[in-house]
Design a protein around this ligand. Structure first.
Ligand SMILES: *Cc1c(COP(=O)(O)O)cnc(C)c1O
Length: 234
């Protein structure tokens, strides 16, 4: 059925299709899709797309660059969506990220936790944070090395204005997603040894969300399967 004539209808169709696949993947492993938060990653798309998604009932959106997060959040002040920051974070951007996002998935070192904590104003709500784990051998990739997860959890837990909710990762290209997400579930236990209720696992993108659901993911970050192809990087 051709839907491309109406972009919002096409968006709704892709959203419905992805939600159906999420429900199927959850059912296949005996999980309830109500336990899953589907975050629509809107990076490189205009703010208007976020507004369209909200009109379709989307409550959670993800951005991976601070400037883009700040711009879209500023353009849509009235929109009742939760902004998730999923990109690499430089300490000097912490204040801007904190003023737009309610959840930061990418805390990967103590200085980033400290910068986010220091960015709290007197009335700032507690910021929910996930510890991003580097699943590769390449230290240049974002994320804390698995060996350092526990220390990062201990440190971040002492930051008064942050609440450690769990872990986040991107599956490496050279490992089967199922295997990577099983490892991530074990890394999640290291955080829960420090913060017992930090049960969130942010994992699964367009190409691997079914495997992430099977391995226990609670937060899915899905972009192109819902938004369509991303425009060229600006
Ligand atoms: C872009 C991005 C996603 C979504 O990717 P898709 O393959 O388009 O679903 C998820 N997580 C992070 C960290 C991203 O940067």
């Amino acid at each position: 059925m051709p839907t491309s004539a109406d972009p919002v209808a096409a968006l709704r169709d892709r959203l419905t299709a992805v939600d159906g696949r999420i429900a199927d993947a959850a059912r296949a492993v005996g999980r309830a899709s109500s336990d899953l938060t589907r975050i629509v990653v809107t990076k490189f798309h205009p703010a208007a797309l976020v507004r369209d998604l909200a009109s379709l009932g989307v409550e959670d959106v993800g951005e991976n660059r601070q400037q883009e997060l700040t711009a879209k959040h500023g353009e849509l002040p009235d929109l009742a969506v939760t902004w998730h920051y999923i990109g690499q974070l430089q300490t000097k951007k912490a204040r801007a990220v904190r003023s737009a996002a309610s959840v930061v998935h990418s805390v990967d070192r103590q200085r980033v936790a400290d910068a986010l904590d220091a960015a709290a104003g007197p009335d700032s709500p507690v910021l929910e944070v996930l510890l991003q784990v580097n699943m590769t051998e390449d230290p240049g990739r974002g994320g804390v090395a698995p060996a350092d997860i526990r220390a990062l959890a201990e440190h971040t837990a002492t930051c008064a204005t942050l609440r450690v909710r769990g872990v986040m990762a991107v599956a490496p290209l050279d490992e089967a997603p199922a295997s990577a997400f099983e490892r991530l579930a074990r890394y999640s236990e290291r955080v829960r040894a420090v913060v017992p209720d930090a049960s969130w696992i942010s994992a699964g993108m367009t190409g691997d969300f079914a495997e992430a659901i099977a391995a226990g993911a609670t937060h899915l970050r899905i972009g192109s399967a819902i938004t369509g192809p991303r425009p060229e990087r600006g």
